[in-house]
Design a binder for this molecule. Structure first.
Ligand code: SAM
Length: 260
């Protein structure tokens, strides 16, 4: 078990490693999904892509992109000040990386991203395990704004659980059993749970203000009802992407892609 989950003083790198461990307990193919996204960005976006990581958390996907693509620049957006602080603490010394603190459910985030990219054409919007926090109509707005901001032939890649619904009861049962099995195995091996990770992350000296601001912003938000993959493909098409499809899948965990 990571030292970070015992409530001991933990530096940002240890906390982000513990974040990756706890997230992997909920997302069996997390690293494979990251790899699919970085490979596709590398193939589709040229040698010096400008990439926006939507709802980046502590920067797990951004870090993998920067590792895999030396010419990339990443602008990482989130509304959680504590997670952004960890992203800055681990990636902030890389001059290819910058953060934007903004709410995807509001209407000012596109301007904040445009300011951060300083007018450079955006090659890709990417996101993992995050946009399920947005209500369907908000998600459509985010997809639409992203399509408008992308350069010609730019891409969007969104990796997340898109749950099977009543149309696929067998697949839903298998996906739920697989999730339960993945969690049981990871937690037995010592990964922190979501709640344990947050208890450690917020108990550190000097983060009380960030934790309070986080609570103020998120305490009253609950995830909306789940959506299935066909909703996302239709929403991407509606948002203006000329070509849409699924580029990676493990049961109900997908990466969907839109090409402008
Ligand atoms: C489970 S975390 C995933 C973080 C990261 N993408 C990863 O894969 O590890 C979900 C993220 O969505 C962010 N988020 C949720 N609602 C948001 C909103 N309205 N605007 C910006 N970020 C949001 C949270 O702050 C959190 O960082």
């Amino acid at each position: 078990m990571s030292a970070a989950v015992h409530g001991e003083p933990a530096d940002p790198a240890a906390l982000v490693q513990a974040w990756d461990d706890q997230q992997s307990a909920y997302i069996a193919g997390r690293e494979s999904r990251f790899r699919a996204i970085t490979d596709i960005v590398g193939l589709a976006c040229g040698a010096e892509p400008v990439i926006v990581d939507l709802a980046c958390g502590p920067g797990s996907l951004s870090a993998r992109i920067l590792d895999a693509l030396p010419g990339a620049r990443v602008v990482a957006l989130d509304f959680d000040p504590l997670l952004l602080d960890l992203a800055t603490g681990t990636l902030g010394s890389d001059d290819r990386f910058s953060v934007v603190e903004a709410d995807l459910a509001g209407d000012t985030w596109p301007d904040a991203v445009a300011a951060a990219t300083a007018g450079a054409p955006i090659s890709a919007f990417v996101s993992t395990t995050a946009l399920h926090w947005l209500a369907p109509q908000t998600l459509l707005s985010v997809y639409t704004a992203a399509a408008e901001m992308l350069s010609d032939n730019g891409i969007l890649l969104n990796g997340d659980h898109f749950r099977f619904d009543g149309r696929q009861p067998t697949l839903r049962r298998l996906a739920e059993a697989h999730d339960a099995h993945t969690q049981a195995r990871a937690h037995a091996a010592g990964s922190a749970t979501w709640d344990q990770w947050w208890a450690t992350a917020t108990a550190r000296d000097g983060v009380a203000d960030l934790a309070a601001l986080r609570d103020e912003r998120f305490a009253h938000r609950n995830p909306p009802p789940t959506t299935a993959v066909d909703f996302h493909l239709a929403a991407l098409a509606q948002a203006g992407f000329a070509e849409v499809g699924t580029v990676w899948q493990l049961l109900d965990d997908y990466v969907v892609m839109g090409v402008k």
